[in-house]
Design a protein around this ligand. Sequence first.
Ligand code: TXA
Ligand code: MG
Length: 348
Amino acid sequence: MITELIKIRGLMQNHDDFVRAGNLLKNGEVVAIPTETVYGLAANAFNPDAVKKIFKAKGRPGDNPLIVHISDFDDLSKVAVDIPEKAVTLAEKFWPGPLTMILKKSAKIPPEVTAGLATVAVRFPSHMYARAIIEAAGVPLAAPSANLSGKPSPTSALHVIRDMSGRIPMIIDGGECEVGLESTVIDLTGDIPVLLRPGGVTLRELRDAVGEVSVNKKILEEVNDDEQVASPGMKYKHYAPSSPVVIAEGETGAFVKYVTDNIKNKNIAILCFEEEKALFDGMGVSVFTYGRLSHPKELAHGLFSALRNLDEFTFDVIYARMPKADDGISLAIVNRLSRAAAFSKVVL
Ligand code: TXA
Ligand code: MG
């Protein structure tokens, strides 16, 4: 299959391209689209055959459900039923934006989207082009991240091309994704909302909006093979470069010493904060950074891109630095990076 890449300059300038993307989606095809979080691999959420194509293009396990994207508050009632008060509050506060809510699914959503679950994940993205494409398609769009299963989520069209070229008919290039990590996922089907995946909307913001929110333990812990999980995505390793990643926890000084001590017999890369970079000058170690520790949003924005850059090379080990988990965006960074490291770490 030939993949067409369309660079968007503006809603007006590329009006015809949005119509074409919408038509492909109407006709049961898959199109990669930009969103404010990461790129998505979209198909008509009401069409089971179209949705199956997403799983095929990604190599995604069939038991991992997709997020349904809408471009209007009114569309929520088409995809979900029995919407609780807290979901309405969260939608008013954070939609459009990087928040996905788990709700009871409507009969219109086929089991292919939800992997047979009685619940559906719904998100109203804020990205102008994502909204324009949903509108052009005229239906809600099921879309996981547009990476091959197991690779880091794509935050630029180049990442999507790498993974999806030849597998789908069209990629819409809307530039770099602002947030850089996938949306926050919150389950609203019980009495107390449960955070299933931290993301752009933080735990602090969620609690400010609806009071008590519990945090699924598996956000910061490894899942064993035989374990039941609240969100199927938690079972999969995800986000991993091909070389082994080990989290290096401790002060900067101790980290520099550790790398110095280990450099002699190993081909080492480090993924560190911008503030630490100069300390490794001339040391013979490959240095990658993903933003300033003092600006966690920058770290979130740069993480997946850095993991993809690391994946271009082979190292004996990649030592990665991460911020402390809190109730802000750092929780999401720690969640993604810990999983990229398969939870292995050294405490310095
Ligand atoms: O930011 C995002 O959320 C991006 C963009 C494209 O919108 N999408 C995304 O999709 O990250 P994906 O498929 O890579 O991640 C969806 C996560 C998975 O971990 C999946 O298991 C979980 O949401 N999920 C989907 N439906 C669910 C449900 N009914 N119950 C529990 N978890 C669900
Ligand atoms: Mg994904």
